[in-house]
Design a binder for this molecule. Structure first.
Ligand code: PPY
Length: 357
């Protein structure tokens, strides 16, 4: 076999990954690659959503899945759920619909089933309740279908609610006010979660500016809530109180911090910061960062609370309200120990995982 040149980024990812298991499948008919990454089962079966999107290369898809899976381990530990961390991606040339979508999901869910409960999955970017419903027919290790709707609340509703509360806690911490009235929030990405979050923020009196690479998602929000908009490539420069990433990950690097016109970064996207020095750069710039995996943990609390742990609606809401307490604990220890909020959150996670920080 000829030597294949290695993508140095994914090579580095393999060397630094601390996870347990990866399963891959190639679908020759569509050109899709499917990767299931089990990062940790230390606290329970690895939980994580199934993301469907196109990537430049299969290696980029795998890299993102490995990265997100690791983030899920942190999320579950910080949320004190008896669940480990995993994530999967279905890397498609184009997001399919109809029969082709079902064919792909059937092939994909066979992988989940093959893991026999080591990995339990749910929705993520571009997968919705209908997809989960469909997959659930083939595997009991699928959560987030309509069976998981409680009191009209879906995983996306719960994620948006937790994120809304997380933003409010950040504002309270930074400004000593519990009102969002007149607070400017830039929401980057208004899909299932960002769209719902926008509605909640508007209702609370915030001045919301929305952005999305998909124009079709913007118009209904403008019509319904009268929100302002900003072009996707200008989103980091938009003056605001809160920048809320709610779509892609790794959107803020250390080199972007000087551009940010926000005092707070808190949103629903997973793995928002890029590179190791970014949390410290935010701290040095006086920008309060609400660690993503704490702010956005409402969906995981809902999904596993309702479908695995048998929590009722009040219990789920109580746990989501607890995001406030966890954030305050993180902010307090970051101040006391003179570290970034990301570092302070990481110490809580290490403690829960039984690692020495
Ligand atoms: C996330 O919080 O990013 C999730 O993926 C949550 C989740 C995972 C698995 C099932 C349902 C929701």
């Amino acid at each position: 076999m000829n030597a294949v040149p290695f993508d140095s980024r994914s090579d580095a990812m393999f060397r630094s990954w601390t996870g347990e298991e990866i399963l891959a499948r190639h679908d020759a008919r569509s050109g899709a690659w499917m990767f299931v990454c089990v990062h940790s089962t230390r606290l329970g079966p690895a939980g994580g959503g199934t993301r469907m999107r196109s990537y430049g290369t299969p290696a980029a898809a795998l890299t993102e899945a490995m990265d997100l899976a690791e983030g899920m381990t942190r999320k579950m530990a910080a949320a004190d759920l008896p669940v480990g961390g995993g994530k999967s991606v279905i890397a498609v040339p184009r997001v399919p619909r109809g029969a082709e979508r079902e064919r792909l999901l059937t092939r994909y869910v066979a992988l989940v089933e093959a893991l026999g409960g080591t990995y339990i999955t749910g929705p993520d970017m571009n997968t919705n309740g209908d997809d989960l419903e469909f997959m659930r027919r083939h595997s009991e290790h699928v959560f987030g279908s309509s069976a998981g709707i409680q009191d009209g609340r879906s995983i996306a509703d719960a994620t948006a609610l937790g994120t809304f509360q997380g933003i409010r806690t950040c504002v309270e911490w930074a400004d000593r006010t519990d009102s969002l009235d007149g607070c400017t929030v830039v929401v980057q990405g208004v899909g299932e979660v960002g769209g719902r979050l926008t509605g909640m923020l508007v209702e609370a009196g915030a001045d919301v500016v929305v952005s999305d690479v998909d124009e079709a998602r913007i118009a209904p929000l403008v019509a319904r809530h009268g929100v302002r908009t900003v072009a996707p490539d200008r989103v980091l420069d938009e003056p605001c109180d809160v920048f809320a990433p709610c779509a892609m990950g790794r959107v803020i690097g250390a080199e972007d911090v000087g551009r940010l016109r926000a005092r707070i970064v808190a949103g629903a996207a997973n793995t928002q910061l890029r590179g190791t020095g970014t949390a410290d750069a935010l701290r040095a710039a006086g920008i309060l960062y609400g660690p993503d995996y704490i702010v956005n943990s409402g969906g995981a609390m809902h999904a596993f609370g309702v479908e695995m742990l048998g929590w009722n609606s009040a219990e789920v809401l109580e746990r989501i309200r607890g995001i406030d307490h966890t954030l305050r604990r993180v902010f307090t220890s970051a101040e006391q120990e003179d570290v970034s909020t990301e570092e302070a959150a990481g110490r809580i996670v290490a403690e829960r995982l039984g690692e020495t920080a």
